[in-house]
Structure formats: C-alpha cells, structure tokens
Design a protein around this ligand. Structure first.
Ligand SMILES: CC(=O)N[C@H]1[C@@H](OP(=O)(O)OP(=O)(O)OC[C@H]2O[C@@H](n3ccc(=O)[nH]c3=O)[C@H](O)[C@@H]2O)O[C@H](CO)[C@@H](O)[C@@H]1O[C@H](C)C(=O)N[C@@H](C)C(=O)N[C@H](CCC(=O)O)C(=O)O
Ligand SMILES: Nc1ncnc2c1ncn2[C@@H]1O[C@H](COP(=O)(O)OP(=O)(O)OP(=O)(O)O)[C@@H](O)[C@H]1O
Ligand SMILES: N[C@H](CCC[C@H](N)C(=O)O)C(=O)O
Ligand SMILES: [Mg+2]
Length: 485
C-alpha cells in the first residue's frame, strides 16, 4: 500500500514521496525490514525517535514521527498522536479485519480470561469458529498461538485479527486490559459487544489514581455497540455513562431482567438459573466460586446478545473445560489433601479465591502467594491482611519479582499480615514455599497456590526462568512417599 493511501484523510503532514510503497508496519526498530513503515513511539522508558536512524539503516521505507527528524533521508509523516495514528493506520493496512467478525471485548479487573473462555465454549457449541485473544494464549479455533501480552500492541493485534478473519473466525472474543485502552492498542475497533466484569484495586503503578483507572476501563464502552454491565459493581454507573449506544445490565444481587437466581455452589461446579426470553435457563459451569456466577452471567448475556440460542448457552457452559490456572484442582495422586492452582493476584481476587476455598474446605485453608515486582505496590499489604484474615495458614513467598528485591516485597505483604494475628511463615524461594506447604499438609487441608496460575516461568531481573507450578507440584509429590504410606 502507498504511504499516502495509508494516511488518507488523517490529520498529518507527509514530507517526501507519498507514493512510497509500504510493505509492513513496525513499532520496534529491532524488527524492521526493508520496505517497512516505522512508527516512532514516545514511550515511558524510551523515545522511539531515537531509533529512527537505526530503522532507516535496516531498510525502513518511511517513518512516522511527532516531530520532524533532521537527519532522516526517507519520507516522514508528522502526526499529533503517535499511538492513536498507529492504531488507525494498522486497521487500514490490514483491511479492517474486525469488521469481518462479531467482536466481543471484555474488560474489568478480574474475570476477563475466564469470561472469554466461557464465551468461546458457547459460541463453538453454536458451531461458530472463534478467535480468542488474552492472557494465557491466543487461539484460532483449537490452534494455539503464544502471547506475551493480555492485549497486543495495535499493529500486532490487527495482524492477528486479519489472520483470524482469514481463517474463517466468525466470533472474536478478547480481553481488553486497561493498559491497552490507555495506550490505544484497540483504538479504531468497533466492538459489537463490550463487557464490564468488575473494578477493584490493581495497576495503580500505571494509572496512578483510582479515577484514572475507572476512566481507562470505561473507554471500551465508548467504542461498543452494546455495553454489557455488571451493575452490582460500584463503578457500573461510570461504565454506563460512557456507553456509546445500548446498555444491557446483569446482576446477581438485584431483581432486574438479567439476574442470576437459585445459586448452588459446590467445590466442583457452579449452578444457577437466569430467565432469557421468558424461559429459565439452567446454567451449570465446572468452575467453583461465587465469582463464577458473575463471569457466567456476563457470558450468558453476551452470547444471547450475539444471537446464540439458549440450548447452546446451557450446553456450551456445561461441557466447557476448566480454565488453566483459574481455581484449577491439581492431582494429588490419592493423598488426603487437595491443591488448587489459581491466578488471584489482586486483593479482590485473593479474597474471592480464599472465601471459595473456605466455603467447602473440610479442614484448614493454607495459601501460598507473593506479589509481582514493578507492579502496584500498594496492593501488597492489603493482600497480606486478606490472607491473614481468611487463610488458616499462609506461606508468603515470591511471585515474579522482576527488578525488585523479593525480600522487600515480602516485607510489604508481611506488614498487612501482622495486623491480623494470622499464622504465617515467609519462604522467599517459591519452590521451597510450595514444598513446605505440601510436606506440612494435614488431612483434608486445601492448599491454594495463588498468583501465578497458568504462568510457566518466574521472571527475575529480566530473565524468565522455567517455573510451571503444575510441574513443580508433581516433582514435589514424586519425591514424597506415595499416598497411604
Ligand atoms: C506500561 C506498558 O504497557 N508499556 C508498554 C509500552 O511501553 P513503553 O511505552 O514504555 O515503550 P518504551 O519501552 O518506552 O519504548 C518506546 C518505543 O520505542 C521502541 N524501541 C525501543 C527500543 C529499541 O531498541 N527500539 C525501539 O524501536 C519500542 O518498541 C516502543 O515502540 O509499549 C511497549 C510496546 O508496545 C510495550 O511492550 C510495553 O509493555 C510493557 C512491556 C508491559 O509490561 N506492559 C504490561 C504492564 C501490560 O501491558 N499489561 C497488560 C495486562 C494487564 C492485566 O492483565 O491486567 C497487557 O495488556 O498485557
Ligand atoms: N468475577 C471475578 N471477580 C473476582 N475475582 C475473580 C473473578 N473471576 C475470577 N476471579 C479470580 O481472579 C483470578 C483471575 O481470573 P481471570 O484470569 O479470569 O481474570 P483476568 O481479569 O483475566 O486477570 P488478568 O488481569 O491478570 O488478565 C482467578 O484465578 C480468580 O481467583
Ligand atoms: N496481568 C497481570 C499479571 C500479574 C501476574 C502476577 N503473577 C504478577 O506477576 O504480578 C499484570 O501484568 O499485572
Ligand atoms: Mg486475563
């Protein structure tokens, strides 16, 4: 595509030959190839303009800048908003792939991944081919694609959407993180359906204030035809206020049109009924927890709004597989205690996961958790307090310390724990912490491994070390005497 076609009708100035042919789009100089258009992004850590000469050396055919660059000899496009323009150009370059699919975006602090998997299961039950984009992996039908981000950068996202649409995906369900909304990764996409799960504390390192965080999440509804909102959440009004067009509300607590009733929660599944078009749907999902009612309600209402019939909604949810690392029971090979692998890494999700474990645990609930480094540090003491108040015993350990000292993170968690009188021990090495909990497990204990869920690594000082909690647990159990010995 020619440079001038890519930027047609956009607020920009093209310096140089507008007929320059563009082969591909790039935002990172390290991956530039001959014929690419390189976007210079002013980031938090780096200024992409610094890398323009390098990109040109590698063959960039043109660059996009916010200020004219004196020594650059290829055509330059001067724009006002770098990330917004990059997203719009990416939509155009890849041929607006989102327009070819039913686009469903899910935002909220907790429950995004789980809700997307529920929607995928239902849509597949209805015979639709589904593309899924999110934290654990991206998927085209059953085909798994690796991902590094919950919501990819705009160019990567549009490339992926094109691949999905080309492969025949009819429904696209994706997590839309608050980072992605602020950083315009999904800018230019018209979502058919936007879903709001909930809003509780997280990511204040990035958003700085609670108001900014609310504002970020609400952006999804400015670009959604139908906004599906959990009105039991305190921030629901903000989301509805931003809604572009139709709002559909759901609730578990209030008697509105789409409300869950007759809840039955067991250690294996969640059941409830919800009236759709005058008929009670009997929903059953193989994931435990009160919060699962909310995720399933979001999925039910979204699938109904997407035109999927009640039979497929019921059956799709009933036969879905548990989501990796989301309240996932691990095999203890006949031992008399149980282990649950969970991704709770926020105060609210830890509270929910512990309450759920306690609601069916015949004996103690023992939790093992830490907090990620270079992320919201104000949640650490709160999570310590939550564990101290709810768990019968806690092993405070390390999560992904990234560039922070794990000991310092643990000390911040301990501050909250100390306010409660809860019993705990600190073991920095996560493998040792898990081993400690397992070796000291008593009959009927429920051990909740929180925070890392599906992750198969531990990130320490920029290096991702192999650390798959399922494998770690297997290794520990292997070294122990078998059940009954
Ligand atoms: C806070 C945040 O999201 N930052 C993202 C942002 O980084 P940034 O603006 O600081 O970029 P930068 O490092 O300053 O670089 C500026 C520009 O120079 C370019 N560059 C840099 C170096 C070089 O040699 N050449 C070059 O061209 C970079 O590619 C970039 O375009 O833009 C980068 C390029 O797209 C992202 O990689 C980066 O994600 C970072 C690594 C990250 O960790 N993000 C996390 C927090 C995140 O997005 N998480 C959410 C999940 C949240 C949830 O699930 O709740 C997600 O959606 O994944
Ligand atoms: N609706 C919910 N409300 C509160 N907690 C939840 C909810 N759904 C799931 N959880 C808890 O949060 C954890 C993470 O769930 P999930 O991965 O679905 O959320 P997410 O929003 O995708 O998280 P992330 O922002 O990390 O991608 C689960 O393991 C569970 O402990
Ligand atoms: N999407 C979340 C993942 C956190 C997972 C947890 N294990 C951690 O590293 O803090 C984030 O980027 O904040
Ligand atoms: Mg997620």
């Amino acid at each position: 595509m020619k440079l001038k076609e890519l930027f047609r009708d956009m607020n920009c100035q093209i310096h140089g030959d507008g007929a320059t042919e563009i082969k591909d789009l790039k935002y990172d100089s390290r991956s530039v190839r001959k014929g690419d258009l390189f976007f210079c992004i002013s980031g938090f850590a780096e200024d992409g303009h610094k890398y323009a000469p390098d990109a040109v050396k590698k063959g960039a055919a043109a660059v996009v800048v916010t200020e004219y660059q004196e020594h650059i000899k290829v055509p330059q496009v001067i724009v006002k908003n770098d990330r917004e323009t990059m997203a719009l150009v990416a939509c155009r370059f890849f041929g607006y792939p989102a327009r070819r699919m039913k686009m469903i975006g899910v935002t909220g602090t907790n429950g995004k991944t789980t809700t997307t998997y529920m929607i995928k299961a239902v849509a597949e039950q209805a015979g639709r081919k589904v593309g899924l984009i999110g934290t654990i992996r991206n998927m085209i039908g059953d085909r798994v694609l690796h991902t590094e981000r919950t919501t990819p950068e705009s160019i990567d996202l549009q490339r992926l959407l094109k691949e999905m649409a080309d492969e025949g995906c009819e429904v696209l369900v994706m997590e839309v993180s608050s980072h992605s909304l602020v950083l315009k990764r999904v800018y230019g996409i018209d979502f058919d359906i936007g879903i709001f799960t909930n809003l509780t504390q997280d990511h204040l390192d990035f958003h700085e204030t609670w108001d900014n965080y609310i504002q970020a999440k609400s952006m999804l509804f400015e670009q959604s035809e139908i906004s599906i909102i959990n009105i039991d959440d305190d921030s629901a009004a903000n989301m509805m206020g931003a809604a572009k067009r139709e709002v559909i509300k759901y609730s578990v607590l209030q008697p509105i049109q789409y409300a869950a009733k007759d809840l039955e929660l067991t250690h294996e599944k969640t059941k409830f009924t919800v009236e759709i078009d005058g008929r009670d749907l009997h929903i059953e999902v193989p994931i435990p927890g009160y919060f699962t009612v909310y995720n399933a309600m979001a999925a039910v209402v979204a699938c109904h709004a997407a035109g999927i019939d009640s039979y497929c909604i019921e059956h799709g949810l009933k036969q879905m597989k548990p989501v990796a690392g989301r309240f996932e029971p691990l095999d203890t090979h006949g031992r008399d205690f149980s282990i649950i692998l969970d991704y709770a890494h926020t105060p609210d999700s830890l509270k929910n996961a512990l309450d759920t474990a306690k609601s069916f645990a015949p004996a103690r609930v023992v939790t093992i958790f830490g907090c990620g480094g270079n992320r919201d540090s104000s949640k650490r003491a709160i999570m310590g307090k939550i564990a101290g108040e709810r768990a019968d015993f806690t092993v405070i350990t390390s999560d992904n310390p990234r560039f922070e000292e794990p000991g310092a993170i643990i000390a911040q968690i301990e501050e909250g724990m100390k306010q409660t009188g809860g019993e705990y021990v600190c073991i920095e090495n996560r493998r040792d912490a898990i081993e400690y909990a397992i070796r000291n497990a008593k009959k009927d204990d429920v051990i909740l491994l929180a925070g890392k869920g599906h992750e198969d690594y531990q990130e320490i000082k920029g290096v991702k070390h192999d650390f798959d909690e399922k494998v770690v647990v297997e290794e520990i159990l292997d070294r122990m005497a078998p059940a009954g010995k």
